[in-house]
Design a protein around this ligand. Structure first.
Ligand code: ZN
Length: 164
């Protein structure tokens, strides 16, 4: 997809309101039928979601939630797993550390390889070449951002020596 269209759609999904007060966004929507259609569908979905949230939860749900968190239940273990995730180091504390990353593809802008660490963080990798998806790479964290980490591979491919 054209990067302007991609960016437009990201902004449409990220903004809470209609975002139509943004001049560059509305200019693109006026010129691009596909993005205008995307914006129309996003508005529809948002409208139906806002109606869903007004429906009250059934009263028996309270009891179900309590039952689900009784000792030994699968849900309780899931809650335990989630709270241990919350104790992971903050992104900034990871700078300078090495992590193993499973490369999944490219980052959102399509310039860098991107993957996930074992601690389930999105890691974008600065490397001279795109890394094949499915590869495990050891990286050093260069920068910790709120939603992703920037890293570089610890070991670059060793150059092949010329025959003597
Ligand atoms: Zn477009």
């Amino acid at each position: 997809m054209n990067p302007i269209c991609q960016d437009t759609r990201d902004r449409l999904l990220e903004s809470e309101s209609s975002a139509s007060d943004d001049a560059s966004l509305s200019a693109h929507l006026a010129a691009c039928g596909e993005c205008a259609e995307f914006a129309r569908r996003a508005r529809q979905i948002r409208a139906s979601l806002s109606q869903v949230s007004r429906v009250a939860a059934p009263r028996e749900l309270d009891g179900l939630v309590v039952a689900a968190t009784q000792p030994g239940s699968r849900q309780e273990r899931a809650v335990g797993a989630l709270s241990s995730l919350a104790r992971l180091p903050a992104p900034a504390e990871l700078v300078g550390r090495a992590l193993e990353v499973l490369v999944e593809g490219e980052d959102r802008k399509g310039g860098r390889s991107s993957g996930r660490s074992a601690c389930n963080r999105v890691v974008n990798i600065e490397a001279p070449r795109r890394i094949a998806p499915g590869t495990f790479v050891d990286v050093e964290i260069l920068k910790g951002l709120p939603n992703s980490l920037l890293a570089r591979p610890v070991l670059l491919p060793v150059p092949v020596a010329d025959p003597a």
